[in-house]
Design a binder for this molecule. Structure first.
Ligand code: TRP
Length: 339
């Protein structure tokens, strides 16, 4: 008896990252590292979300290079256009169109409950609607591709819950259309703080290091990193379990060496400066292949453009199919009135 070959299609996943230029350590540890490893198992769609970025009011003159630099970072770490769809959100207009249509099924109360909204809103005297509606655009990103799952960090769990609610409401009102997307929250990476000890590592806080930084720059940043606050003098014993530098060693330093560092820290044989030197060296070494690939892409920017153009074309194909279905279900097909 011959076995029936069943080609179960891969599950589709979608994720997005705001363009803030070259990716940094936090982007890498929290997202990119994982995304690269998902490309064989899933049908992956990776999006640089510039339409989202405008809500935080950056300088328009810097947007193009911020998008380009993030695209270089994507390619440098190994997001692979042969296996994944890689594109820029504003190239596929269906994102903003679907977001508008989702306004029809999204309760304002749900948006106002989002903790990120409440945090961001504090910084404005007059709150732009885009800050409130941000999660609707995110729902549109995901559902436009009918993504089954979304790899995101814990901080995005609530936005994902809203995406699921939008899908349920849409399906209930207009008929079964969208999947109820699952969050793929990564294993807890053990709380990586900013190098200055701030809870969040981000480029705008200046407490991180670019993944393409050269070894001297990596050292400049890592040198300043906050360690165990109770280790004041060189011969005070340290507590690796509360040290952010030690937490970072988990990703860049082999286990044996790490055990030595841990013991050396506790016994005060190893000082913080030397410990940071080891970390800085290991970061620079493990990112060396990325720097090399990034150099290639910076010297051949048209290759980056081609990747993003082809990615947008692939994305548009899926997006336009979804939109035809959505417009029809919502009655946005007036030509049907003509016999
Ligand atoms: N809001 C996400 C962030 O700030 C970025 C994002 C936009 C996103 N659209 C998305 C993430 C869709 C996952 C899926 O990190």
């Amino acid at each position: 008896m011959t076995e029936i070959q069943q080609n179960t299609p891969k599950k589709r996943i979608f994720s997005g990252m705001q363009p803030s230029g070259e990716a940094h350590l936090g982007n890498y540890l929290g997202a990119l590292r994982r995304w690269v490893g998902m490309q064989d198992e899933y049908d992956c769609v990776w999006c640089i979300v510039d339409d989202h970025a405008i809500t935080s009011g950056g300088d328009p003159a810097e947007m193009p290079s911020s998008v380009f630099d993030l695209a270089v970072s994507f390619l440098a770490v190994g997001l692979d256009p042969e296996r994944s769809t890689i594109f820029v959100q504003s190239d596929v207009h269906e994102h903003t169109e679907l977001a508008w249509l989702f306004n029809a099924v999204t309760p304002v109360g749900d948006l106002e409950r989002m903790t990120q909204y409440k945090d961001k809103a504090q910084h404005f005297e007059s709150i732009p609607a885009g800050i409130l509606n941000y999660p609707i655009l995110q729902a549109a990103d995901i559902l436009l591709y009918k993504a089954n799952a979304v790899p995101v960090g814990e901080d995005q769990r609530q936005h994902l819950e809203l995406t699921r609610e939008v899908a349920r409401k849409f399906n209930a009102r207009y008929g079964e259309t969208f999947p109820i997307t699952e969050p793929l929250i990564g294993e807890d990476v053990g709380r990586i703080l900013g190098l200055d000890g701030n809870a969040k590592m981000s480029k705008s806080l200046g407490n991180t290091v670019g993944i393409l930084a050269d070894p001297d720059n990596v050292w400049d940043k890592v040198r300043t990193a906050v360690t165990d606050p109770q280790r004041v003098r060189r011969d005070d014993p340290g507590r690796p379990e509360v040290c952010n530098v030690f937490a970072l060693h988990r990703f860049f330093t082999e286990e044996n060496a790490r055990e030595e560092i841990e013991a050396g820290c506790r016994s005060a044989e190893l000082g913080c400066v030397d410990c940071k030197r080891i970390l800085s060296g290991n970061i620079a070494t493990s990112f060396a292949p990325y720097r090399e690939r990034a150099t290639h892409y910076r010297e051949h920017p048209s290759e980056v453009r081609d990747v993003l153009d082809q990615g947008a074309e692939k994305a548009r194909k899926i997006a336009s199919e979804t939109m035809q279905e959505v417009r029809r279900k919502m009655g946005l097909n007036w030509r049907n009135a003509i016999p």
